[in-house]
Ligand binder design. Structure first.
Ligand SMILES: Nc1ncnc2c1ncn2[C@@H]1O[C@H](COP(=O)(O)OP(=O)(O)OP(=O)(O)O)[C@@H](O)[C@H]1O
Ligand code: NI
Length: 331
């Protein structure tokens, strides 16, 4: 059994404009210690999926389906269980150090606080642990840094401090939502280094939400590609990023500068009014009548799970994947 198993997760926002289906029947497994990259265009539901796992969504959101963490359904947890889950089991790595670190509190305090609150560690020991964690994350002069305030640290140092603060509870799963967004190349490389170290040396699994396919390629064991709330393709990172099956994944890769910057024609559909059939059919060069009528089931093609009738290009619609096969093939 995977560390985290998501089954048929659907997250709907009840908004003034109508019902926004941000996640639609998402199933995904995150094995212990593995890094899964979640990629897809802006607004496709990546962050909502991440926040659904932690149940950190506004009141107008309704989550259906199952999210098993170590065999316990997160969607059935009570307040205390959720608190424990967020404090000790699943950590959210915040995006931006400038907004996530408190400018008026010492770095050491901000790291020690989590230990003191969640683990009931005495302050003195929590401070020592903070120094250890900064040292572990290769921050130079950790004893000095814990006494400093965020503005005294460089961007890369702040990233490390933030990473240290998020793993104080010794989590088994990290959720990192666009940790490299808006960073210059140098800082991006540093953050990638910190993430790699977190994953390798803490042994924690990671759900890495990113637009940056290069970052995904360098860190992830597996990749899930999301489009209009659905996972369209998921499997081994090598396979999905080098030899994808789904026309959407192919389009995403072709739109990269190194592949000639060929954008996918058209736009993602509004989540208020998604098209019938395959959600990608209006933008897909392989689409036929069937694609506008029926939603393709998940099936295994070339060892990856794909939601496409014609992804193998043989011209014959594929057989539906049985539930048992899905579990065996599950990423
Ligand atoms: N509180 C909310 N109320 C209503 N709709 C919401 C709410 N939060 C998110 N949404 C909608 O859910 C959809 C998915 O948003 P989400 O933030 O998950 O996208 P994303 O894939 O993370 O995009 P990006 O790459 O830009 O971060 C969007 O259409 C968004 O407008
Ligand atoms: Ni997002």
């Amino acid at each position: 059994m995977a560390l985290l198993s998501i089954r048929n997760l659907t997250t709907v926002f009840h908004a003034e404009e109508g019902e926004i289906k941000a996640c639609d029947q998402v199933s995904m497994d995150i094995p212990a210690g593995k890094t899964i990259g979640l990629i897809g265009e802006t607004g496709c539901g990546k962050s909502v999926l991440g926040m659904s796992i932690l149940r950190l969504l506004p009141r107008n959101a309704v989550i259906r389906g199952e999210i098993y963490y170590k065999d316990q359904d997160v969607l059935k947890m009570n307040g205390d269980q959720l608190k424990r889950l967020r404090g000790n089991e699943i950590a959210l790595l915040p995006q931006s150090p400038s907004t996530s670190l408190n400018p008026v509190l010492k770095i050491g305090f901000q790291i020690a606080e989590g230990l003191h609150l969640h683990r009931k560690t005495k302050w003195e020991q929590a401070w020592e642990k903070a120094v250890e964690m900064l040292d572990f994350l290769k921050l130079p002069e950790p004893e000095k840094r814990v006494q400093e305030y965020p503005h005294q640290l460089s961007g890369g140092m702040k990233q490390r401090a933030l990473a240290a603060a998020s793993i104080t509870g010794n989590p088994s799963l990290l959720i990192a939502d666009e940790p490299t967004k808006g960073l210059d190349a140098v800082l991006r490389a540093q953050v990638v280094g910190v993430l790699r170290q977190l994953a390798r040396e803490t042994g924690a699994a990671m759900l890495l939400i990113t637009h940056d396919l290069k970052v995904a390629a360098s860190l992830c064991d597996q990749i899930a590609v999301m489009y209009a709330g659905e996972i369209l393709e998921q499997g081994a990172a090598e396979q999905v990023l080098k030899d994808p099956v789904h026309p959407y994944t192919k389009g995403l890769l072709a739109s990269l500068p190194e592949h000639g910057l060929h954008p996918i024609p058209g736009y993602s559909p509004s989540l208020l009014d998604v098209p019938a059939g395959c959600k990608f059919h209006q933008r897909c060069s392989l689409a036929r009548d069937l694609c506008a009528e029926k939603c393709p089931p998940l099936q295994v093609i070339n060892g990856v799970q794909v939601r496409c009738f014609f992804g193998d290009q043989s011209g014959e619609p594929q057989q539906e994947l049985h539930n048992r096969d899905l579990q065996e093939a599950a990423v």
